[in-house]
Design a protein around this ligand. Sequence first.
Ligand code: 8YV
Length: 309
Amino acid sequence: GVLMMCPMSSYLENELEKRFNLLRFWTCPEKSVFLESHRNSIRAVVGNASAGADAQLINDLPKLEIVSSFSVGLDKIDLGKCKEKGIRVTNTPDVLTEDVADLAIGLILALLRRLCECDRYVRSGKWKQGDFQLTTKFSGKSVGIIGLGRIGTAIAKRAQAFSCPINYYSRTVKPDVAYKYYPTVVDLAQNSDILVVACPLTDQTRHIVDRQVMDALGAKGVLINIGRGPHVDEQELVKALTEGRLGGAALDVFEHEPHVPEELFGLENVVLLPHVGSGTVETRNAMADLVVRNLEAHFSGKSLLTPVV
Ligand code: 8YV
């Protein structure tokens, strides 16, 4: 049996159903009773960015062989426990890189050029009373990227096309990269107009954007988050924005999704999206195909396409 943790793609559900005995975790009323009765038949778990495989679930499923995540991020999977128990883990890298990088640029433009507010201005009829206020130019602004992996690099390439100087922070300097390296996120923030979070969420990167970083970015700086909500200290973000210590924020992810701090709803210098970075038909189907192909490879004894563990 393959246990799917929550609804994520109806295309994926269909493809899994064609090949495996698919169990939908969200449709069962009593989770513990369900797990007890299927503990000896579930050999695979399909999770995503909101529900993965924690230590508890792994302990409850003694026949689990593989966790195939419908996401590139692995923060909802207990990787240590998987390693320890010999459970394989796969994710969906590369296929979503372009969409997430595209969205990061979209967020920057939406925030600086106030696109969402402009749209509301036209719809509400306010245009007839006068022109919209002036906004902020994007081209040429310095962009600081936290995490220069696949997605961070794709964002850098796009920002280069806007003539932006590129700075980055990562644990170590990347060889063969012409972008300017800063050894701390505070240094990076101090030297960037736009700070973009594009690293994986780990114990080391939780709240990597804290009050000190926000203050280093400053009243003219803006924060873009396409990573994970917990990368940013959200309470401090609300304070920095309402106190005017930070110029603005464009966020696709939040600390307690789908909960978004209500204090943000009244602010015009924020753009708020419901975690849609990879949310195109093309990419979600490619992610689903990768999940299916990894499971097929595993159960036919072939090597996995995108193994993590
Ligand atoms: C998805 C994501 O939103 O890949 C990731 O890490 O956060 C996303 O692509 C999610 O897994 C879709 O259900």
